[in-house]
Write a protein that binds this ligand. Structure first.
Ligand code: UDP
Length: 254
């Protein structure tokens, strides 16, 4: 499967990684903020090797990724894949994109309000409290933990519809958060919706992000394995992805 380069009408270059798209922009947060100013909604997917492998097995997930207006290269595997085709791109971790948007929303209250959804009870509240200190002008319209009973979902839906936040961070883990966003984004059509995985845990301090050395050397996954060894089975997707990437590349060269 070759890397196909496309330049769609919205100006973002797009590459295919094992069948799912990844978009390239000089500055993702500026791109998103200009969309926000024009009140154009957006679903942001933060793509890594694990999610790409899941999408290969699950056409519903692949479809959700295809429908997202912005797919950013979150993982070292995606950067590695594109490098095999001579495309040198920089990794953009989703948590950093979310942080730069929260900062921008704090600096320009006219952009609207934010909503935190996900994490264990108390975690998103703690993350919101940290953000209120970091960015006192930030308007946090609402907070909801991620373990809602199905009977309580309609109340959350009503709340979102009423509040119309313009930045909605959803931290339910992959792929639950991607499906949830795809299903609910019509409730706030002008909002930027991002699946942020465990970002609330990091901001709240219940989990620690890999130190700089690991991040710089594309070894964040190794630190994660050390912190959460129970993930080893899930993380087998990483070597499988790397092997697949190399085999596809060799095939394309023949
Ligand atoms: N989570 C949640 N509801 C659920 C399952 C998970 O809110 O039903 C939260 C969990 O508390 C954690 C996040 O989703 O904060 C998943 O974090 P992880 O780092 O595992 O994300 P991933 O690696 O899947 O992106």
């Amino acid at each position: 499967m070759a890397v196909q380069e496309q330049a769609p009408a919205d100006g973002l270059k797009q590459f295919s990684v094992l069948g799912v798209p990844v978009h390239l922009a000089e500055n993702y947060s500026s791109w998103l903020l200009s969309r926000a100013q024009q009140k154009q909604g957006c679903h942001v997917v933060t793509l890594n090797a694990e999610m790409t492998m899941q999408a290969e097995q699950d056409p519903r997930l692949a479809q959700v990724i295809h429908q997202a207006e912005l797919v950013i290269p979150d993982g070292a595997g995606i950067v590695f894949y594109l490098k095999l085709y001579g495309k040198h791109i920089e990794r953009r971790p989703g948590i950093e994109l979310a942080e730069s948007l929260l900062q921008a929303f704090g600096q320009s209250p006219a952009l609207g309000s934010v909503f935190f959804f996900g994490g264990a009870p108390g975690v998103a509240e703690q993350a919101a409290a940290i953000w209120k200190v970091r960015s006192p002008q930030l308007t946090i319209a609402g907070i909801q933990h991620g373990y809602l009973a199905p009977d309580d979902q309609p109340q959350l839906e009503r709340l979102l519809k009423e509040l119309q936040p313009t930045l909605i961070l959803v931290g339910l883990g992959v792929p639950r958060q991607e499906f949830w966003i795809a299903e609910h984004r019509h409730l706030c059509p002008q909002a930027i919706w991002i699946g942020v995985g465990g970002s609330f845990d990091i901001w709240a301090g219940t989990k620690v992000r890999a130190p700089e050395f690991f991040r710089k050397n594309h070894l964040e996954w190794l630190y994660r394995l050390y912190q959460e060894p129970w993930r080893w089975r899930r993380m087998l997707a990483l070597p499988k992805f790397a092997l697949k990437a190399v085999l596809y590349r060799l095939k394309a060269l023949q």
